[in-house]
Design a protein around this ligand. Structure first.
Ligand SMILES: CC(C)(COP(=O)(O)OP(=O)(O)OC[C@H]1O[C@@H](n2cnc3c(N)ncnc32)[C@H](O)[C@@H]1OP(=O)(O)O)[C@@H](O)C(=O)NCCC(=O)NCCS
Length: 249
């Protein structure tokens, strides 16, 4: 089902380098036994902080939307492996992502949503990956960029692709070259879906939470996207620029 018109998309972000030790402890306390077991298995402290921050952020975000206590949420994976709420009488959908220094989650009442965050300096040789996995059109567009622009554009495409895969819940089972994103001037995006995709309306937003990060949202949606930037980012909405948004077909 698509996100109905006027249903807001709540976007929450948390910078993990600003995550105080007390906040970290509180986040760990919110984890379920299963989440705690996964957290304990993580070897690097940075990954542990990001995991706790992301999972606590989802709980707080769901609670802000419903008034239920953050510790009360239970989760399961759907048939495709995508985490979803396993709490009675709640039709909210969410998705989360973590990367170096930043975690984020997005929530809608119905429909599908996917989110991804990445650092723009993550991949040194983007063309090797793009040539193997991206569509011909995307490879052509990347080659037309200046060398300086190319790494950033690659990560922007990556986050958009991953956000859509996460929205559909198919993960790596979809081939990355079967669908594409095209830049439309001045600040638009065009989504070229795989031929097998059922008709539906997908909308995308590409944001820059900071100079070093890119964030993409994929929303299955019947109307314009009403984005509510919440939590830590809400006082900096003006500095969470939407770089690009999808244009109608
Ligand atoms: C599962 C997958 C989506 C996770 O991606 P990732 O970059 O490692 O991690 P992210 O930080 O973006 O997202 C992780 C979160 O996504 C969620 N997630 C897990 N499986 C998911 C699925 N099938 N669908 C949607 N979300 C999923 C979880 O909440 C997970 O958090 P957790 O591991 O703390 O529980 C990934 O393994 C995958 O299949 N990625 C798509 C293919 C790809 O490599 N794309 C590159 C684009 S060029």
């Amino acid at each position: 089902m698509a996100v109905p018109r006027n249903d807001p998309v709540d976007l929450w972000i948390q910078w993990t380098d600003r995550f105080a030790d007390r906040e970290y402890e509180q986040a760990v306390e919110l984890l379920s036994a299963a989440e705690h077991a996964r957290w304990q298995k993580l070897i690097r402290e940075r990954n542990r902080r990001e995991y706790a921050a992301a999972h606590a952020l989802v709980r707080r975000a769901l609670s802000a939307r419903t008034g239920r206590p953050p510790a009360s949420w239970t989760f399961r994976s759907d048939e495709g492996g995508k985490p979803c709420i396993d709490t009675e009488d709640c039709d909210l959908r969410f998705n989360m992502a973590h990367t170096d220094g930043l975690v984020a989650c997005a929530i809608v009442r119905t429909g599908e949503i996917g989110i991804d965050v990445e650092t723009i300096d993550r991949i040194a040789q983007p063309m090797d990956i793009a040539a193997r996995h991206f569509s011909e059109r995307e490879v052509r567009d990347l080659l037309a960029c200046s060398a300086a622009e190319r790494r950033t554009r690659f990560i922007e495409l990556w986050t958009l692709k991953e956000a859509w895969l996460k929205a559909t819940g198919t993960g790596l089972r979809s081939h990355l070259g079967d669908f594409a994103f095209e830049w439309v001037d001045p600040a638009g995006l065009r989504f070229i879906p795989p031929p097998t995709t059922a008709p539906g309306i997908w909308r995308f937003l590409l944001l820059a939470p900071g100079d070093r990060h890119r964030l993409a949202l994929a929303i299955h949606c019947t109307g314009p996207v009403h984005l509510h930037v919440m939590g830590e980012a809400s006082h900096t909405t003006r500095v969470l620029p939407v770089l690009r948004a999808s244009v109608p077909d």
